[in-house]
Design a protein around this ligand. Sequence first.
Ligand SMILES: *Cc1c(COP(=O)(O)O)cnc(C)c1O
Length: 365
Amino acid sequence: MTTAHRLTFDVQLSDHARTPEERERVLANPGFGRHFTDHMIVIEWTEGRGWHDARLVPYQPLTLDPATSVFHYGQELFEGLKAYRQANGSIVMFRPYANAARFNSSARRMAMPELPEDVFVESLELLVQTDKEWVPTTEGHSLYLRPFMIATEVGLGVNHPSKSYKYIVIASPAASYFAGGIKPVTVWLSKEYTRAAPGGTGFAKCGGNYGAAFVAQQQAVENGCDQVVWLDAFEHRWVEEMGGMNLFFVFGDRLVTPALTGTLLPGVTRDSLLKLAGDLGYLAEEGKISVDLWRAGCESGELTEVFACGTAAVITPVGAVKDETGGWTIGDGTPGPVTMRLREELVGIQYGTRPDTRDWVHKVC
Ligand SMILES: *Cc1c(COP(=O)(O)O)cnc(C)c1O
């Protein structure tokens, strides 16, 4: 039993946990988001009572009434962060309080209850400690943590938010995104579809943003691209994000990332790189990048590198751009030195091979 605020986690260990051999088979080739550990966290919220019944239980299916609100109205949000096994053997998470704060910012937008940050972080610690054997030892691998919250009120009334919710955390061992080396992606500029508009949910990490995005991602693939790049809703001119990642534009030793206007997801990786870039002697700032500037900068050679960043893949170089009128390459289309330097530095902090001067690393065990 462990306590956070006035919440006590009831611990029910699995009696059918995978054997060490079964686990090692999964960890030899985990992929991403395909396999899950032996346990999960569940906490209930009910109107009038608040958070209650916090527990760690064996990983298991949920049983929900077909009229449960989340299935019909999509009142849902999620987070994503990782636990890393460091060079000295300890297991850490990267900036979990940043994810806790964003979880609550998403919750406010979705009219869902906030979870005290300490409870959020403790729930992750408890799951990671319990399933610590699932944190991979292979270089570049990690344990991906997926906290999420769903509306559980039963009924089809739409005039009010749900009166009950479930907070759940599951964990999944993850291979490096770049098992075969770092490959730059080709991106499709989506002029037909919009991810987010002012006043909408662009800054919230809610499932609906993804549900509405797959069609544009499919269109990117149909056009021979790997990922979709989202532009602003009014003019389809200002660059916002790439798929589920934030973007950085490198002009020699000056880095620019689109400012957080409310339609972009405020990435923890983005925020970390803005700070790290300064430490490494680059000028890093938030600004506005238009498609025209992107193209002209590549043509003149002033814009030397573009990369995307997010928890899952850390940093992904962008090599080429396409839209209905054609396309262009960025530099010579290969990963640039600033991209690789920042990647190495951030990964080094996460895995404990570089000094953690900002206390970003949160030790679990
Ligand atoms: C999660 C996410 C990101 C990246 O956020 P990180 O905290 O860096 O993982 C960027 N864009 C979108 C749309 C996202 O959902």
